[in-house]
Design a protein around this ligand. Structure first.
Ligand code: NAD
Length: 335
C-alpha cells in the first residue's frame, strides 16, 4: 500500500527543492501518495490564509509531512508558521543530524564531524509571548516547563541508548538564567540519572559555541532548549558545508514533519540553483521513519556517492549543477 505523505512545498526555494526531493523519493520505488497542501506566502496569496485548515486536515490523515521552508517577516507581521505548526501538533523534538559528506570542502578538512542536535521545539523564547510594558520597554517571556524539558531529555537519552552513541552535552546559560535554564538543566540531570551508562556533560552556551568551532569532532549529541538549539544548528551547518546540507525532523508522539534546517533563501529563489541535499536527507530520515529502511539507505548512499564523485554539486559547494541536475545524478546512482 502506498504511504500517504503531506507535502508542503513552502516559499522561496521550497518548491524547487521539494520538487527535486519528490523525484528522488519516487525513484526509490517506494509507493507514495502525496497530499500537496500550501502554507506560507503562497497559501496566503491563494487562500487568504497563511496556515490553512487543509494543512492540519491532511496531517491528521497522514501523520507524516515533508515540508519546505516558509517565510516569516522580521520585526512585525505574522507569527512563524513553523512555530505554530510545531506547537499545534506538539512536535516537541527537533532532530538534526550534522555530518560531513564525502568530498565537501570546508575549513575542517579531514575532521570527522558527526553530531546530532536535539532541540526542544515547543517553548522557551519561541513561545511568542511579547508585550510592551510601557513605551520603550518590551518584555519577551522565556517559558521553560518541567514537562517539556523532561520529555526532550528523555527523547535524547533514549536515542543515544538505541543508536549506541557515546555522549550527551546539555547546553544552557543557567549561570545567568538560574531559574529557567536552571530548570531545564535539572530535568536533564534527572533523566541522566536513569541512564547512568551514558556519558553526560554540560556546557554554557557561549563556551559551547567556541568549542564547536575549535573542536567540533569532540561533540556527539547536543541537547538544547529551543533558542540555543536554533542558533547552534546553523553554526553546526556551517561546519559541514552550509545550510544546503543539514536535514531535520520535527517529531511528536503521533506526527512527524521532516524539513531542512535552512530557510527560504530569497537571494537564490527561483533560479534553479538551490541545493536540495538538506531536504533529500530529511526525506531519507522520513523513509526510515515510515519503516522503509532499505529505500532510506539507498537514497542516503546515492547522495553520498554523488558527493564523493563531486561532478554534480550545486553552486553553494563550488559546483555548477542545477537543483534538477543534482536530482538526476541521485536518480542515476540509485539505478
Ligand atoms: P536562509 O536559510 O534562507 O538563507 C541563509 C543563506 O544560506 C542564504 O545565503 C541562502 O542562499 C543560503 N542557503 C540556504 N539554503 C540553501 C540551499 N538549500 N542551497 C543553497 N544555499 C542555501 O536564512 P535567512 O535568509 O535568514 O531566512 C530567509 C527566510 O527563511 C526568513 O523569512 C526566515 O524566517 C525563513 N526561515 C524559515 C525556516 C523554515 O521554514 N524551517 C528556517 C529558517 C528560516
Amino acid at each position: 500500500m502506498a504511504h500517504r505523505i503531506t507535502l508542503i512545498p513552502g516559499d522561496g526555494i521550497g518548491p524547487e527543492v521539494a520538487e527535486a526531493t519528490m523525484r528522488v523519493v519516487e525513484a526509490t520505488g517506494v509507493a507514495v501518495e502525496w497530499e500537496r497542501v500550501e502554507a506560507g506566502e503562497r497559501a496566503l496569496a491563494q487562500t487568504g490564509e497563511l496556515l490553512p485548515k487543509s494543512v492540519f486536515q491532511s496531517l491528521g490523515r497522514t501523520h507524516v509531512g515533508l515540508k519546505g521552508p516558509t517565510a516569516t517577516p522580521i520585526a512585525g507581521g505574522h507569527k512563524s508558521i513553523n512555530v505554530v505548526l510545531r506547537k499545534k501538533l506538539d512536535l516537541y523534538t527537533n532532530f538534526r543530524p550534522v555530518r560531513i559528506l564525502p568530498g565537501v570542502k570546508t575549513r575542517f578538512q579531514g575532521v570527522p564531524i558527526d553530531m546530532v542536535i536535539f532541540r526542544e521545539n515547543t517553548e522557551d523564547l519561541y513561545s511568542g509571548l511579547e508585550h510592551e510594558v510601557v513605551a520603550g520597554v518590551v518584555e519577551s517571556l522565556k517559558i521553560i516547563t518541567r514537562t517539556a524539558s523532561l520529555r526532550i531529555a528523555r527523547a535524547t537519552f533514549q536515542y543515544v541508548q538505541r543508536e549506541g552513541r557515546k555522549k550527551i552535552t546539555a547546553v544552557h546559560q543557567a549561570n545567568i538564567m538560574k531559574m529557567s535554564d536552571g530548570l531545564f538543566l535539572k530535568c536533564c540531570r534527572e533523566v541522566a540519572g536513569d541512564f547512568s551508562e551514558i556519558k553526560y556533560e554540560e556546557l554554557i552556551v557561549d563556551n559551547a559555541c567556541m568549542q564547536l568551532v575549535m573542536r567540533p569532532e569532540t561533540f556527539d549529541v547536543l541537547l538544547l532548549p529551543n533558542l540555543y538549539g536554533d542558533i547552534v544548528s546553523d553554526l553546526a551547518a556551517g561546519l559541514v558545508g552550509g545550510l544546503g546540507i543539514v536535514p531535520g525532523a520535527n517529531l511528536g508522539e503521533m506526527d512527524a514533519v521532516f524539513e531542512a534546517v535552512h530557510g527560504t533563501a530569497p537571494d537564490i529563489a527561483g533560479q534553479g540553483k538551490a541545493n536540495p541535499t538538506a531536504l533529500m536527507q530529511s526525506a531519507a530520515l522520513m523513509l526510515a521513519h515510515l519503516g522503509e529502511r532499505d529505500a532510506a539507505r539507498r537514497l542516503q548512499n546515492a547522495i553520498e556517492s554523488v558527493y564523493a564523485e563531486g561532478k554534480h554539486l550545486t553552486g553553494d559547494l563550488g559546483g555548477a549543477a542545477t537543483t534538477s541536475d543534482f536530482a538526476a545524478a541521485i536518480i542515476d546512482h540509485m539505478r
